[in-house]
Design a binder for this molecule. Sequence first.
Ligand SMILES: C[S@@+](CC[C@H](N)C(=O)[O-])C[C@H]1O[C@@H](n2cnc3c(N)ncnc32)[C@H](O)[C@@H]1O
Length: 213
Amino acid sequence: MSRPKLSDRASRHDAAYLRAKKENYAARAIYKLEEIDQRFHLLRPGVRVLDLGCWPGSWMQYAAKKVGDDGLVVGIDLRPVTVALPPQVQHFVADVWTWSPALLGADVRFDLVVSDMAPHTSGDKHTDQYKSEALAERALEIARQALRPGGHLVAKVFQGGQFPELIKQWRAAFQETKPYHAKNTRTTSSEQYLVGRGLRAAAQLPAAPATAT
Ligand SMILES: C[S@@+](CC[C@H](N)C(=O)[O-])C[C@H]1O[C@@H](n2cnc3c(N)ncnc32)[C@H](O)[C@@H]1O
């Protein structure tokens, strides 16, 4: 019996997995950030990056290389990161719903916030989209607390009913907003990255402690 033929997307996904393994990246997700960075030019030496949903660590590996010794990469995830990372990277186990940039102590302002956060998939598309949109909205709130004016935010979202409202919120916060569909996307076509460039000074929030739910 002949093997079922993989779809284009599935075979790209497979190729990305093998390439990430060969290039010693913690996950194939690296190539999505690389693609976004090549398109929007977000990472360069000296940049300070906050990475929400950083486990297993491939985005931090990529960002650390791009920002170099003079940059900073801070990662947050529910799960502990175990991959080896250079000294410009710090990572913490935390839940974004109870974490705030104020917990970093010093008044660090970041140049870029990235969020690849995804909820545990429930099997129900609408529930997953709803949770993903809530995580993207939380990423925007944290970005408004953590970014310097003029800073940028990239956040993954599984597009559902709240997507137009999210775009509206992004547009109010940033000078330029673009939804971006990465070629290296794994499964559903509803996965988008919302890219906001140039945080408006009026959209900044004080880095107040998060209110636990
Ligand atoms: C697709 S993975 C991120 C992959 C990562 N960008 C990389 O390149 O290695 C999504 C991550 O979001 C994290 N996440 C989901 N909800 C979160 C929350 N409430 N707080 C912190 N992290 C969360 C998950 O634990 C998971 O590790």
